[in-house]
Design a protein around this ligand. Structure first.
Ligand SMILES: O=P(O)(O)OC[C@H]1O[C@H](OP(=O)(O)OP(=O)(O)O)[C@H](O)[C@@H]1O
Ligand code: HPA
Ligand SMILES: [Mg+2]
Length: 188
């Protein structure tokens, strides 16, 4: 169903495949099993952070055995660059009232941690019964803020990555794998 990596023209913009689609699939199945177990008997709301988390949400949700509800929030702090502006803007808020709900934020990546720490305090102030985080990728070296993350897929080096939802200037989100971008593309 998915294009094999070697059938994709990586051109000269991509440097290498960091995490393959098969590795992502296997990891999401593991994380989904943990989430199923931890939230057994609860009415879980998973919140995807647009746009980057679209692929993780779609695949994670389908790997879960339990019934969950899904909502979305759109925030942006990167704009068209490779560095967080540090200013998080809400572009779309939740449709759901999360007071008293068990909420799991689903992210594609935690880099500086600025987006998530802002989101945790924003959603935390709405009175959820619980608020946890699931992220596919985390760059530990780049973390400027301490964040308690319950479910982490992969810890990756501090390189700018694209694919599987992650963009550089809105491009590359539809790659089925996570790869690194050649520095010449962003002037590195
Ligand atoms: O830990 P941080 O340094 O804050 O970076 C992580 C955030 O940055 C990206 O979003 P972006 O602002 O690029 O919006 P997008 O998801 O629409 O691409 C990514 O999807 C995370 O939400
Ligand atoms: O490495 C990254 N790639 C794409 N988007 C991002 N947002 C934060 N870090 C990254
Ligand atoms: Mg982005």
């Amino acid at each position: 169903m998915y294009q094999a990596v070697n059938e994709i023209d990586m051109g000269t913009d991509l440097e290498k495949v960091l995490i393959s689609k098969a590795e992502i699939d296997a990891k999401l199945v593991e994380l989904a099993a943990e989430i199923d177990r931890d939230y057994a008997g609860k009415d879980l709301l998973i919140v995807g952070v647009l746009k980057g988390a679209v692929m993780v949400m779609a695949d994670l949700a389908r790997a879960l055995s339990s019934e969950v509800t899904m909502d979305w929030m759109a925030v942006s702090s990167y704009g068209a660059g490779t560095k967080s502006s540090g200013v998080v803007r809400i572009l779309k808020d939740l449709d759901t009232d999360i007071a008293g709900r068990d909420v799991l934020i689903v992210e594609d990546i935690i880099d500086s941690g600025l987006t998530l720490s802002w989101l945790i305090s924003n959603l935390g102030s709405r009175g959820p019964a619980s608020l946890e985080v699931c992220t596919l990728l985390r760059k530990p070296e780049a973390a400027k803020v301490e964040i308690d993350v319950k479910y982490t897929g992969f810890e990756i080096p501090s390189e700018f990555v694209v694919g599987y939802g992650l963009d550089y200037a809105e491009k590359y989100r539809n790659l089925p794998f996570v790869g690194t971008l050649a520095p010449h593309v962003y002037g590195g």
